[in-house]
Design a protein around this ligand. Structure first.
Ligand code: HGY
Ligand code: MN
Ligand code: MN
Length: 417
């Protein structure tokens, strides 16, 4: 069996590279929800799932799901996986690593005819990033049955709604709810993911055990000023929406700096009318605010909003915002975490526990079942960037930890029973 395990890392890398080549942009990795690229990625992944001995399907929300039965057909499933969508100009590991490694682990279990008291499913969630429709965790929320169907009207940059995109992808928005799984059918969810931060590299460790997934608030903010001629309107009395937005953005940075674990980011901004010689009359920008502790995040949000109101009043601007995402921090299940800790130690590594500053599908799947995560070191902690990199040795270490965890859970019977 070792020969199969030894062959896994290069096959995993080849599959990550094959997925990275499926992109809307010839010079970058960009694979968004319900796009032709996503359909091609799903088809490729389903082929790998079937090669590994799984049945494979795409659910009503566009998630790709592979399954092997345990000794009792139809038994509840232990779910492993991650997401197949990406941010724009992404790295090749964020998301796909967890899906490809999950398939590899199932292939080993099938080859060794492991006796499984539960089914095992590998899921490639269709939208974790929220890049296209600014509504994150769509795939895993559909899977968990917690997606707000009113959000099917969310539009992308071109005004296409999720419902329209579902139809264009051959899916029926009226059946979107059919993606929802029953808690009775899911035992637990395990996700392997790159850390997307520097902690494991600083500790010089290949793998880590996630303690919790940080909560996050995302806002869509609109600043209303008065457009005007750049050459004739005096500086005094201008109602410059972009200058006002800049003051708001610096207020976010000032509030979040210096407080451990608290991070605030303005990642996108649109200024209208967007002409050099016109004072911007209207600006839209995003806020992404996170902290390991929900009270900490809420306190920061309240302070930021108070600062924005003061800025708007001083500058005579209109300022409105709406929450497009608000998710509490999710603790990883202690029982599952201890199983992973045992696997990490058995594989010869110190057990390094750390929170996840990044969001993950487990924040949605926790509505169905306990969740736990394994982190793999990534170079420089870089992610959401084409320079994202995880070494084959570290990928192998993570794969062996996940496989050992699955074997240990199988050996002890259905977790939590
Ligand atoms: O934004 C996040 O934390 C994740 O990468 N979607
Ligand atoms: Mn990401
Ligand atoms: Mn991710």
């Amino acid at each position: 069996m070792n020969s199969l395990l030894d062959a896994l890392p290069p096959r995993i890398q080849a599959r990550l590279d094959a997925l990275a080549a499926i992109s809307a942009d010839a010079n970058a990795i960009t694979r968004l929800y319900l796009t032709p690229e996503q359909a091609r990625a799903n088809a490729l992944v389903m082929g790998w799932m079937r090669e590994a001995g799984m049945t494979a399907r795409v659910d009503a929300a566009g998630n790709v799901i592979g399954r092997i039965e345990g000794e009792i057909p139809g038994a509840p499933a232990l779910v492993i996986g991650s997401h197949l969508d990406t941010v724009r100009d992404a790295g090749r590991y964020d998301g796909p690593l967890g899906v490809v490694v999950g398939i590899a682990c199932v292939e080993v279990l099938v080859r060794e005819r492991a006796r499984l008291p539960f089914a095992v499913e590998v899921v490639g969630f269709a939208d974790e990033e929220g890049t296209r429709f600014n509504a994150t965790l769509i795939g895993s929320r559909a899977f968990a049955g917690t997606f707000d169907h009113d959000k099917l009207d969310c539009q992308d940059r071109d005004g296409v709604t999720i419902a329209e995109a579902l139809r264009a992808a051959g899916l029926d928005p009226a059946r979107f709810h059919e993606a929802a799984r029953s808690p009775a059918g899911i035992i637990a969810y395990l996700e392997l993911h790159i850390e997307q931060g520097p902690a494991l590299e600083r500790a010089d460790l290949p793998v880590g055990l996630v303690t919790a997934i940080s909560g996050a608030t995302r806002l869509a903010v609109t600043v209303e000023g008065v457009a005007g001629h750049a050459g004739t309107v005096a500086m005094e009395g201008r109602r410059d929406a972009l200058a006002g937005a800049a003051a708001c953005i610096l207020a976010v940075e000032a509030r979040c700096r210096g407080e451990a674990g608290l991070v605030g980011t303005v990642g996108s901004l649109d200024a209208a009318p967007g002409a050099t010689n016109v004072i911007p009359g209207r600006v839209g920008f995003s806020l992404d605010l996170r902290a390991p502790d929900d009270a900490q995040r809420q306190a920061a949000l309240a302070d930021i909003e108070a600062a924005w109101r003061t800025i708007a009043a001083m500058r005579g601007l209109g300022l409105t915002w709406r929450a497009v995402h608000d998710a509490p921090s999710v603790p990883c299940d202690p029982v599952l975490a201890e199983r992973i800790a045992g696997a990490i130690a058995a594989e010869g590594h110190p057990v390094f526990r750390l929170p996840s500053g990044a969001g993950h599908d487990g924040m949605a799947v926790v509505a169905l079942a306990p969740v736990a995560m394994i982190f793999v070191r990534c170079r420089g902690g870089i992610s959401h960037n084409p320079a994202e990199f995880a070494s084959l040795d570290d990928i192998e270490a993570g794969t062996r930890v996940l496989l050992r965890t699955l074997r240990d859970l199988a050996a002890e019977g259905t977790p939590g029973e």
